[in-house]
Design a protein around this ligand. Structure first.
Ligand code: PHE
Length: 454
C-alpha cells in the first residue's frame, strides 16, 4: 500500500505551523532547560555540546522523520498504527509491540514528569514571594530539601500540574494541543530571549566566559561517557521512542514535508537548549557558583543567583514561568498517545479517556512523590521509585522502541515508497539509507548496552 491510501480516521492539525509548534512544544521541555545545562556543566561544556549537536542531526532527525512517516500512514494510535502499517508491508503483527512499549513509556514518564513540572510551578511562587532574597547555597539546599520532604505540598503541585495537562488534552488535538502550543511556544521564545539579554546585561564579563564554556570546542574533553550521554539525551530531548511523535504524525496531512519540518523542529530544540545555557551559565559564573552541580543546578544553584542580583526576583519568576510552560507543552504530548489509544479502542469519549488516563498517571505519580519522603527507604536494585521509573523509561523503553522503529522503517518497509514520500534524490537517499540501516541502529544498541553497564 502506498502512502496516503489508508483512510483518515480522525482529526488533523489545522496547519503545518500548528503541527510544528506542537512537535517543538513536545521536544522543548525540562530536557532543554533543566537537563541539558547541567549535563553540559558536568561534562565539560562545549565538547559535550558539539557531540550532542551531531547526535541530534545524525541520529535524532532520522528517527523523528520515521516516527512521523509511520504515524501518518497508520492514522491511528501508535499500537494500531504499527500493526496496520506492518500488515500493509506484509510483516508480522507483532511489530505492534513497538507501539505498546512506546505508549507504556509515555505513560510512565508522565507520572514523574508531572512531579517535576509541579516543582517548576511552585518555584514561580517561591521566587515571587522573595524566598531567595540574599539566600546562600546552604539556604537554597535547605529550601529544596524541605520542599521535597513535604508530601502534601508536593502532592498539591503534582495535582495542579496534572490537572492542567489533562484540561488541555481533553480539548482535543486542534483546540487543546495545537492552540495551547501556539500561545505558549512564542511566549516561551520571548521569555527566553529576555532572560538571555538580562543575563548578558547583569553578569558582564561572565557572559563571555559562559559563551566560551558552551561554544569553544575542546575535543580533548570528549570521552565515551560524554558521547553516550549526548546520544541518550538527543533521544529524550526530541521525545523519541515513546509513540509521541507517531501519535502526532497520525494527525498529519499528506502535504507536509517531513524532512524540512523535522529539520526545523530539531533546530528549534537545539536553539532553546543553547539559549537556556546562555541564560543560566552567565549567572552561575558571575556568582562564582559551580557549573557542574548536577540535577540541582536550576532548583538549588540558580536561585542563589536570583537572590543576589538586582531585579533577580523578577528574573526568577520569569525563569520558572518559562520552565513551567516548557514542561506543560511536553506533558500534554506525553498524555496524548494513551488518550488516543483509549479513545479509539474503547467506547470512551475524548474527555472520559483523558480523565481516566490522567487519574492512573496521577496515582503512579504519587508513588514517585513518596519516594522523596515517606518511602525514601524503599529501594529496588538500589533505586527509589522515581529513579527506577527514570531508569526503566529513558535507559530501556525509549531506546528499545527507537531501535524497533528504525529497524522497521529501514529494513521492513518498501524503501522506494519512503524515498518518494521524503522527496529525496538518490544521493540524499543513499545517505538516509546508510544512516537508518546501520549507523542509527548500532548507535542505539551501544546506548542500550552501556545503560545497563552503568
Ligand atoms: N522532550 C522533552 C524534553 O526535552 C521531554 C519528553 C520526553 C517529552 C519524552 C515527551 C516525551 O524535556
Amino acid at each position: 500500500m502506498s502512502s496516503g491510501t489508508m483512510k483518515k480516521s480522525h482529526s488533523q492539525w489545522s496547519s503545518r505551523m500548528g503541527f510544528m509548534l506542537a512537535a517543538a512544544g513536545s521536544a522543548v521541555g525540562l530536557g532543554n532547560i533543566w537537563k541539558f545545562p547541567y549535563m553540559a556543566g558536568e561534562m565539560g561544556g562545549s565538547a559535550f555540546v558539539l557531540t550532542y549537536l551531531i547526535c541530534m542531526f545524525v541520529i535524532g532527525l532520522p528517527i523523528l522523520v520515521l516516527e512521523w512517516l509511520i504515524g501518518r500512514r497508520g492514522q491511528k494510535n501508535p499500537i494500531h498504527t504499527m500493526e496496520d502499517v506492518a500488515v500493509a508491508e506484509r510483516r508480522s503483527r507483532n511489530w505492534r509491540w513497538i507501539g505498546i512499549i512506546g505508549v507504556l513509556g509515555s505513560f510512565l514518564i508522565l507520572s514523574f514528569y508531572s512531579v517535576i513540572g509541579g516543582w517548576a510551578t511552585d518555584y514561580i511562587f517561591l521566587a515571587a514571594k522573595g524566598t531567595f532574597h540574599h539566600i546562600d547555597g546552604e539556604g537554597t539546599s535547605q529550601v529544596f530539601k524541605q520542599f521535597l520532604g513535604n508530601f502534601y505540598h508536593l502532592l498539591t503541585w503534582h495535582t495542579i500540574f496534572m490537572a492542567a495537562t489533562a484540561a488541555i488534552v481533553a480539548l482535543g488535538v486542534g483546540a487543546g494541543l495545537e492552540r495551547s502550543c501556539k500561545i505558549m511556544m512564542p511566549g516561551l521564545g520571548i521569555l527566553l530571549l529576555l532572560m538571555v539579554i538580562y543575563a548578558a546585561w547583569v553578569s558582564g564579563p561572565a557572559f563571555g566566559k559562559a559563551f566560551n564554556f558552551l561554544f569553544t570546542p575542546n575535543w580533548s574533553l570528549i570521552d565515551s561517557k560524554a558521547v553516550l550521554a549526548a546520544l541518550g539525551h538527543a533521544f529524550f530531548s526530541l521525545s523519541l521512542g515513546m509513540g509521541i511523535m507517531m501519535a502526532y504524525g497520525s494527525y498529519l496531512g499528506q502535504d507536509v514535508n517531513l524532512i524540512s519540518t523535522a529539520r526545523t523542529v530539531v533546530i528549534l530544540d537545539v536553539v532553546v537548549a543553547m539559549l537556556s545555557g546562555l541564560a543560566i551559565f552567565p549567572l552561575v559564573f558571575a556568582n562564582n557558583l559551580e557549573p557542574s552541580s548536577g540535577p540541582g543546578l536550576i532548583f538549588v544553584t540558580l536561585p542563589i543567583a536570583f537572590g543576589s542580583m538586582t531585579g533577580g526576583a523578577i528574573l526568577g519568576v520569569l525563569f520558572f514561568i518559562f520552565l513551567t510552560f516548557a514542561a506543560l507543552t511536553s506533558s500534554i504530548s506525553l498524555l496524548e498517545p494513551t488518550v488516543e489509544l483509549l479513545e479509539e479502542k474503547t467506547r470512551l469519549g475524548r474527555k472520559s479517556a483523558t480523565l481516566i488516563s490522567s487519574l492512573v498517571i496521577w496515582l503512579i505519580g504519587i508513588a514517585c512523590l513518596l519516594s522523596f519522603n515517606e518511602w525514601s527507604h524503599f529501594k529496588l536494585f538500589d533505586k527509589n521509585i522515581f529513579d527506577l521509573l527514570d531508569f526503566l523509561t529513558s535507559k530501556l523503553l525509549l531506546p528499545l522502541t527507537g531501535l524497533g522503529t528504525v529497524i522497521f522503517g529501514a529494513w521492513m518497509m518498501k524503501q522506494k515508497e519512503i524515498q518518494h514520500e521524503l522527496q529525496l534524490n538518490n544521493f540524499w537517499f543513499g545517505i538516509w539509507t546508510v544512516l537508518t540501516r546501520y549507523i542509527v541502529p548500532i548507535a542505539i544498541i551501544v546506548i542500550l548496552i552501556y545503560g545497563f553497564m552503568e
